[in-house]
Ligand binder design. Structure first.
Ligand code: TYD
Length: 222
């Protein structure tokens, strides 16, 4: 399948500000004239949302890590086939909050499943399907936790899960994201998400605009 659109994924630890960065990025790209679809994982389809509810309602490590990986992958497969690929074929810019990089970071780095196994599962079921560009919002987990606490006060579900997993877990998640960024440097931008939110948003929009323009030049040459 030849995709004409562009698949852009935002990744990062909890509390990095992905939600607001994606919203402002979507608005900015729409202003530029792009046809934009914003979506997220786990979720993105009705089935994925049900899996999301099952996965995120459980605090800490209730799920066996393998079961967690399989459910995340199942939700991703539905999401890619039913939502992301059709949007790319229609020429849209798809902005996705988390993708397989989160499985590598959380089920891999965080919970110790070998990266090879996660990547093999992805290749076998989802296929040779990867982001055109990944924007990593990097933040010290302690700072992200403080932000999440403020944001989630009154909503104990995600907060409980976050707290339960502990700081070592989130340090390993961050390390995995940074390692992935190093391995795929040409299609990743790393953003310092510890700065004020409006600065982060402007940086994200600026970097993505530059990359989209470069994609366009490459297309033009072909
Ligand atoms: P969410 O509330 O979306 O977190 P955030 O707003 O920080 O993105 O919760 C998603 C959680 O699911 C988050 O803790 C990361 C986790 N997750 C995985 O463990 N593996 C995955 O493959 C994905 C997509 C998410």
């Amino acid at each position: 399948m030849t995709a004409r659109g562009r698949f852009i994924v935002l990744e990062g630890g909890d509390g990095a500000g992905k939600g607001s960065a994606i919203a402002s990025l979507a608005a900015g790209l729409q202003d530029d004239g792009y046809d934009v679809l914003t979506t997220r994982e786990p979720g993105g389809t009705p089935e994925g949302l049900q899996l999301r509810a099952l996965l995120l309602a459980a605090e800490g490590e209730v799920w066996d890590r393998g079961a967690e990986l399989l459910l995340m992958t199942a939700a991703r497969l539905q999401h890619v086939r039913r939502v992301i690929e059709p949007a790319l074929v229609a020429g849209m810019v798809v902005l996705c909050d988390r993708f397989v990089g989160s499985s590598l970071a959380y089920q891999g780095g965080g919970r110790g499943i070998p990266a090879d196994l996660i990547l093999d599962l992805h290749r076998r079921f989802v296929g040779d399907f990867w982001p055109d560009l990944t924007v990593l919002l990097d933040i010290d987990p302690a700072v992200g936790l403080a932000r999440s606490r403020r944001r989630l006060s009154g909503d104990g579900v995600d907060e409980g899960r976050f707290e339960e997993l502990g700081h070592n877990f989130h340090d390993r998640v961050r390390r995995s994201f940074l390692d992935q960024a190093g391995q795929h440097a040409s299609r990743t931008v790393v953003i310092d998400a510890s700065r004020p939110i409006d600065v982060v948003q402007q940086d994200v929009i600026g970097q993505v605009r530059t990359r989209l323009a470069q994609f366009g030049e490459v297309d033009g040459e072909g």
